[in-house]
Design a protein around this ligand. Sequence first.
Ligand SMILES: Cc1cc2nc3c(=O)[nH]c(=O)nc-3n(C[C@H](O)[C@H](O)[C@H](O)COP(=O)(O)O)c2cc1C
Length: 197
Amino acid sequence: MSALRILVFLGSTREGRHGENVAKYVVNVLKNKKHNVELIDPLTLGSDGHVYQPLQFRRDLNEAPEWMLETNSKIKNANALIIVTPEYNCALPPALTSMMDQFPPASYKHRPCAIVCYSMGPFGGIRAASFARPFLSELGLVSVPKVCVVPEVQGKFNDEGQCLDDRVKANMEKLVDEIQWYGSAISNKIKADGVPS
Ligand SMILES: Cc1cc2nc3c(=O)[nH]c(=O)nc-3n(C[C@H](O)[C@H](O)[C@H](O)COP(=O)(O)O)c2cc1C
C-alpha cells in the first residue's frame, strides 16, 4: 500500500477539549503506517474556527488570507480525510462545520472520509456521526462505512496521543484499513480516468 496524503479535521475548540488527544492518536496511528498526515485544527487554522467568509464566496481570491489558500490546496491534494468529532446537543459541533464550510465542495469532492466520533457519555457521539454523513456528502466526500465510536472518552487517551482502550484500538485499525482501501482505490481511479465533470 503506497503512502497517502491524509488530513485529520478536529471538530472541537473547547478549553480542555478531549478531542485533542483523540486526534493526536488518530494522527499517530496513520503516521505509524507511513502516511503523510496533517492535523487541521480550528484553533490554529487562522480564523479561530469561525466561518467569516467561505473561500468560494470571496469576490477576489487575491484578498483571501494565505492560510486559507494553503489549506484549500491541502484539501485538494489530499487522498483521504478523517473527521474527529464530538457530539454537541445531539448534533455536529459548530467547530467542525464552521471549519469545513470555509472551503468549497469542489475542493473536497471525490475523496473518501472516515468518521471518528466520541463523547463523555455511553453512546460515543453516534448521533453526531449520523449527522456527519449528509454533511460530508454535501461537500462531495464519500463517507466510508466503518465509524470508530468512542464512548466515555475521558481517560481513554493520554497527552502523548496513545489510546488506553483495546476496543477503540481494534476499531481504529478497521477504520484505517478502510480509509486506506478507499483512499488508494479512488486516487488510482482519479489518476487513470480523472473525475466526472
Ligand atoms: C455544548 C455541548 C453539548 C454537548 N452535548 C452532548 C450530547 O448531545 N451528547 C453527548 O453524549 N455529550 C454531549 N456533550 C458532552 C461531550 O460529549 C463532552 O463534553 C466531550 O468531551 C466534548 O468533546 P470536547 O471535549 O473535545 O469538546 C456536550 C458538551 C458540550 C460542550
